[in-house]
Design a protein around this ligand. Structure first.
Ligand code: ZN
Length: 300
């Protein structure tokens, strides 16, 4: 038996090479019609077996069950369907159509009996689930392949619940940014009933320590609601506590970023604590705080 010590490995070296492998294939009579309909009419065609009534997409020449000849038994399918299975591709290979990570899903179109593989975009891998309703988004430029469907995206009107307690991890963060205008301040005065001239009257405000009008403190503070309620944890979240310490004013025209980061998971109650920060366009911290929330329950 030969043994090697570390020095032997050090002397070995790696040669990097490249193989180009251009190829072409005949799509066949059935496959060609499928691809041409996709390219020219943005229609997804399948074939139906008259014996077992199964609809195959992509189409094929023969029914796998009845051996019936399916050529010319075309049916037009919906561009909408449902995800029956999926995987998240995380490794990168040069042949991939898009950069990982991406979701590769089996999609069964409405009216079809067989699912086929395609890419799903517009949904985070951690939020992906079987049963998601999706719709084809056709490519602007044809490649004469199945990629004439660029991808599938969730159909609109589906409200995705936010991260559940188990999905949330310490360190996850999200933010929302908005420019605070005079209109915002006026509307907020109406909402809150706080018509304090330091927010509304420039001549009065000139005499205050700020020297000009500033926004109500609760206005930039309220931006955190969109983070907690719509992003992290997201839809379905119930806020129990929001503590804020104001560190600086928000002037008209300031662009405020409200951000939240998960800092604690309360195992017993299954509640989550988040650290809150508000900064302006200069990166200056104008507020800090924390929130206690009940994350949404997982969809069951
Ligand atoms: Zn059949």
């Amino acid at each position: 038996m030969t043994t090697y010590d570390k020095a032997d490995y050090k002397e070995s070296f790696v040669v990097k090479g490249k193989l180009a492998l251009p190829y072409q294939y005949f799509a066949g009579r059935t496959g060609s019609k499928f691809l041409i309909a996709l390219r020219d009419k943005k229609k997804i065609l399948g074939v139906r077996c008259n014996t077992c009534k199964k609809v195959f997409v992509p189409p094929r020449q023969t029914c796998e069950k009845c051996f019936e000849d399916l050529s010319e038994k075309w049916v037009e399918l919906s561009d909408k369907g449902v995800v029956t299975n999926f995987t998240v591709v995380r490794y990168a290979e040069p042949h991939q159509p898009i950069k990982p990570p991406y979701i590769l899903a089996m999609i069964k179109l409405d009216g079809a009996d067989t699912p086929f593989a395609h890419i799903v975009r517009g949904v985070a891998p951690s939020k992906m689930k079987e049963g998601l309703k999706v719709q084809a988004q056709f490519a602007k430029k044809t490649t004469n392949t199945i990629m004439d469907i660029e991808c599938f995206r969730p159909t609109s009107g589906q409200f995705e619940l936010g991260y559940s307690y188990d999905e949330l991890e310490i360190g996850m963060s999200a933010s929302f940014t908005k420019t605070i205008t005079e209109t915002d301040v006026y509307l907020f005065a109406g909402i809150s009933g706080d018509f304090n001239p330091m927010h509304l009257n420039e001549e009065f405000a000139k005499k205050t320590p700020f020297g000009t009008r500033i926004a109500h403190g609760a206005l930039p503070q309220s931006l955190i609601a969109s983070v907690l309620g719509m992003k992290l944890p997201g839809l379905g979240t119930v806020a129990l506590e929001i503590n804020t310490r104001f560190l600086g004013p928000t002037y008209f025209g300031d662009t405020v970023t409200a951000s939240a980061e998960v800092i604690e998971k309360l195992e017993k109650k299954r509640w989550v604590r988040l650290e809150l920060r508000w900064t302006n366009q200069h990166g200056k911290l104008i507020g800090i705080g924390d929130a206690l929330v009940i994350p949404p329950a997982p969809a069951g």
